[in-house]
Write a protein of this length. Structure first.
Length: 428
């Protein structure tokens, strides 16, 4: 069985997959006031000054918390601290614990970011840029900022990218900079958080980011409401340019290909509504003509499926080719996991990462043990992502149930328990 460090998987989950209501467990979540009601914005907390004894008691309670419920309650209490006292409180505590951002530091940064995200981010950069926990802190700040004031974060992100090139900074560059230096992945995370709050604002950041990522497809595939897709499409000022491509058989990959992905998602979710909408005119005829390639593949004789799957891929291009791989693997794995796995491993390298993710998602709800064995055989740099897929798929299919961990190693049990704890914190 695979061995995964619980800290890494837990931090990845908290920073990347956590819903934007991340702040809810720490404070009583109140209805967000319509902008520009000021002050305060986001979560309302008492403003009376805390005594040093009260702060010490709240910090001690967090330090002593052992169970999930105790941690949530302790963080909720600390989260009531007046925001103007957060900087001093942060200066008085240990920011790291076991190579992770401490719960106290995370709570205080989220509290601060729910009121002033830019100030919280700047403080965290100056204090943590030399530390491995900087990105964990930044993700927590961005999540709270997006939840409490998504318009402000969107404006800040666009202004940042207009003035600063996204890149992984060297140590000397980080040392010399008093302002945060963000990477492509940092902004990708911001865009995904913003899309959950306001699809148009999120896609504006997504478009400005430029480039492409192997996990970009998760953004548009995450939409389950055509109305939200329509909001996201408003971020593209040049949809009319898509019509000029209708005569071309070549797949063009640029910012407008993201619009095409949204349009195809809408067509899949609500074919009748999409047909009647004014947006059908923008979708290339090849998408309308090909339909769901997995449906076609499903009708092929079992003994000929591998060759049939390859023929489908040979005829597909760009995004349609990638979607064909995901659709075929999702269907095939339910019938013959071994044959499906063998086929996936034979694919070109540019398709295997996403294909394995689709395989894990499709198989986990049916055979968690086999899925974990498969994950253990993959590239270590992608295992945490695949485990996320497995956890999400299994818990969605078996709500409230617990897997049989009798044959699992201690680390595997801890990873799963961490994920369950985080899920419980989010839902509470």
């Amino acid at each position: 069985m695979m061995k995964v460090e619980p800290r890494k998987i837990f931090a990845f989950t908290a920073g990347i997959l956590i819903p934007l209501s991340v702040t809810a467990p720490f404070w009583q979540k109140q209805e967000k006031p319509p902008a520009p009601v000021q002050p305060p914005r986001g979560i309302v907390a008492p403003q009376e000054r805390w005594s040093s004894q009260k702060l010490e008691a709240a910090l001690a309670r967090i330090d002593q918390a052992k169970t999930k419920a105790e941690m949530v309650d302790a963080a909720a209490e600390l989260g009531k601290i007046p925001v103007n006292e957060v900087p001093a409180a942060l200066e008085s505590i240990a920011l790291e614990k076991d190579d992770r951002l401490s719960l106290a530091a995370s709570t205080l940064l989220i509290r601060w970011a729910s009121d002033d995200g830019e100030a919280a981010l700047t403080w965290a950069w100056k204090g943590l840029k030399r530390s491995m926990v900087w990105r964990e802190a930044a993700r927590s700040i961005f999540a709270a900022w997006a939840w409490s004031d998504h318009a402000s974060l969107g404006e800040w992100s666009l202004a940042y990218m207009a003035a600063t090139k996204l890149a992984d900074p060297t140590l000397s560059e980080a040392e010399a900079s008093d302002t945060p230096l963000l990477t492509f992945d940092d902004v990708s995370g911001i865009a995904r958080m913003l899309i959950q709050e306001d699809p148009k604002v999120g896609y504006e950041v997504f478009i400005k980011r430029g480039g492409f990522s192997s996990v970009d497809h998760e953004i548009y595939e995450g939409f389950d409401d055509p109305a939200k897709i329509e909001q996201a499409l408003q971020a593209f000022p040049n949809l009319e340019d898509l019509k000029a491509r209708h005569h071309s058989l070549t797949f063009i990959r640029d910012s407008l290909s993201n619009a095409e992905s949204l349009l195809t998602r809408w067509m899949k979710l609500d074919p009748e509504g999409f047909e009647k909408s004014g947006y059908k005119q923008y979708l290339h005829p090849r998408f309308l003509r090909n339909g769901n390639v997995a449906d076609k593949w499903r009708q092929v004789d079992f003994s000929e499926r591998e060759s049939a799957a390859n023929r489908i891929l040979d005829k597909a291009e760009g995004d349609l080719r990638r979607r064909a791989v995901l659709g075929i693997s999702a269907e095939w794995v339910s019938l013959d996991p071994a044959a499906c796995r063998s086929w996936l491993e034979s694919l070109p390298s540019d398709l295997t990462v996403e294909a394995r993710g689709g395989y894990v998602t499709a198989r986990a709800s049916q055979d968690l043990e086999g899925t974990l064995d498969f994950i253990g055989s993959t590239d270590p740099s992608y295992r945490h992502t695949y485990l996320m897929n497995a956890f999400d798929a299994w818990t969605k299919e078996h709500p409230g149930a617990a897997p049989d961990m009798a044959t699992w190693g201690e680390q595997e049990r801890q990873v799963w328990n961490d994920l369950e704890a985080l899920k419980g914190v989010i839902e509470k």
